[in-house]
Ligand binder design. Structure first.
Ligand code: 9YT
Length: 135
C-alpha cells in the first residue's frame, strides 16, 4: 500500500512549478500503478494552451471556476467543483482559470517526475512506454 500526504509531498521534488500552475505528483510511474495522480493548482487568470500528444489526462475540479476550450471544435465547457473532463482524443485545448483552480489529474501513461510542457504544449513521450506499446 502507498500512503502519501499532500502537505508533505509539496515540500519534496514531487512539487513541480511552471508558468501559471504548480502540481504535486502524488503517484508517478515508478509507483507501478500504470497511471500518475497529481493535485494541480492553476493560478487565477491563467490561460494555458495544452496538447498532451503522448498521454491521456483526466481532470476533476475540486475548487475554483474556469473553462476548457476544445480547439478542434471551438466548444467551451464550464469548469466548476464536481466537473470532470477527460482528454480521450489527446485533445488540443486551452484551460482558462477565472479563479484559482484546484484539480485532481490522472495521466496514462504515468508521468515520470519533473515533466513540464514543451513549446508544442505536450509532455515528452516516455520512451519506455512507447516500447511497451509496440511490443
Ligand atoms: C490541467 C493540466 O493539465 N494542468 C497542467 C499540469 C498537469 N495537470 C500536471 O502535470 O499535473
Amino acid at each position: 500500500m502507498i500512503v502519501r500526504d499532500l502537505a508533505e509531498a509539496e515540500r519534496t521534488e514531487r512539487r513541480v512549478d511552471s508558468k501559471g500552475w504548480s502540481s504535486v505528483r502524488l503517484l508517478l510511474k515508478d509507483d507501478g500503478m500504470g497511471f500518475s495522480f497529481h493535485i494541480t493548482t492553476i493560478e487565477a487568470a491563467a490561460e494555458l494552451p495544452m496538447h498532451y500528444k503522448h498521454h491521456f489526462e483526466s481532470v476533476y475540479c475540486i475548487s475554483g471556476e474556469g473553462e476548457i476550450e476544445d480547439l478542434a471544435t471551438g466548444e467551451r465547457h464550464q469548469i466548476r467543483p464536481g466537473v470532470m473532463y477527460a482528454l480521450n482524443n489527446n485533445d488540443r485545448h486551452i484551460l482558462r482559470a477565472r479563479s484559482e483552480l484546484k484539480l485532481a489529474c490522472v495521466f496514462n501513461p504515468p508521468v515520470t517526475g519533473r515533466e513540464v510542457h514543451g513549446p508544442d504544449g505536450a509532455y515528452p513521450a516516455d520512451p519506455a512506454a512507447d516500447l511497451a506499446r509496440s511490443a
